[in-house]
Design a protein around this ligand. Structure first.
Ligand code: FMN
Length: 238
């Protein structure tokens, strides 16, 4: 049977309305909703059905305690400089067109927030909002067993997208976050993950704050043309 136009529209809308939200309302998301989202997402395909994902769900006091632990280090330049990521999410040498897109998204966001190129304190504070999960009521930490190989990371990406789309189907928004990678020791210890697992990324989940300036309009442009601003070191989003 062919799907109805409504079904097509609903699936398309769940996919196309997904964008990274960086300001959430405190509105609670129930445990049942989180479990539903993860159950739906776990139908993502994986090589020989290995399902390589592990998810740690944080809310309330536990989420707040993790934010505090991370921010204590993030706000201490010496402690921060001693940390490193466990895997390279980004290239070590940037080339066009990727560097241009990276610069554009960074400057677009900071432009919306009125953060100037020299305003290091506000940049630091904005990047630090990652560690508060942008005020979302739910934080997700995703890990993978270290024995799993590159193929499983492909599977993982499909799972992550499925989480984000299933969230949209329920009127919720997300922000996937590699900003957490530097703090993998703190995070894995906090959630009680075994040493056999490594951190893939984090994610904020909740209801968008429609009044927040950084979510008032789409800042992304997929068909990225020339960078909106002259080449300059982009501010870090993550
Ligand atoms: C795996 C992954 C990690 C990301 N990490 C961060 C992050 O740490 N902080 C952040 O603000 N955005 C993060 N993003 C969001 C990207 O900046 C965003 O997806 C991109 O600019 C496209 O915009 P859109 O998601 O709104 O479509 C991440 C995205 C992905 C896929």
């Amino acid at each position: 049977m062919l799907p109805s136009p409504e079904t097509i529209a609903a699936v398309d809308a769940a996919i196309t309305s997904r964008h990274s939200v960086r300001a959430f309302l405190p509105t609670v998301v129930s445990r049942q909703t989180v479990e539903e989202i993860l159950a739906v997402a776990s139908r993502a395909p994986s090589g020989t059905n290995t399902q390589p994902w592990h998810v740690y769900v944080l809310s309330g006091a536990s989420k707040a305690a993790l934010s505090r632990k991370i921010l204590d280090v993030y706000d201490d330049p010496q402690a921060l400089s001693a940390l490193s990521e466990e895997y390279d999410y980004y290239p070590t040498e940037w080339v066009s067109p990727y560097i241009d897109r990276r610069r554009k998204i960074g400057w677009d966001l900071y432009g919306l927030l009125g953060i100037g190129k020299t305003d290091k304190a506000r940049m630091h504070a904005q990047l630090g909002r990652n560690y508060l999960f942008f005020d979302a009521p739910v934080g997700l930490m995703f890990t993978i067993d270290r024995v799993m190989q590159q193929g499983s990371w492909l599977d993982y990406g499909m799972f992550l997208q499925s989480v984000m789309v299933a969230a949209r189907a329920r009127g919720l928004h997300t922000c996937p976050q590699v900003a957490f990678l530097r703090f993998h020791h703190i995070i894995l210890d906090h959630v009680g993950a075994p040493a056999s697992e490594m951190l893939v990324c984090g994610m904020s989940l909740g209801h968008v704050d429609p009044a927040a300036v950084e979510t008032l309009r789409e800042i992304r442009q997929h068909a990225c043309g020339e960078p909106a601003r002259p080449a300059a070191e982009p501010p870090d989003l993550d």
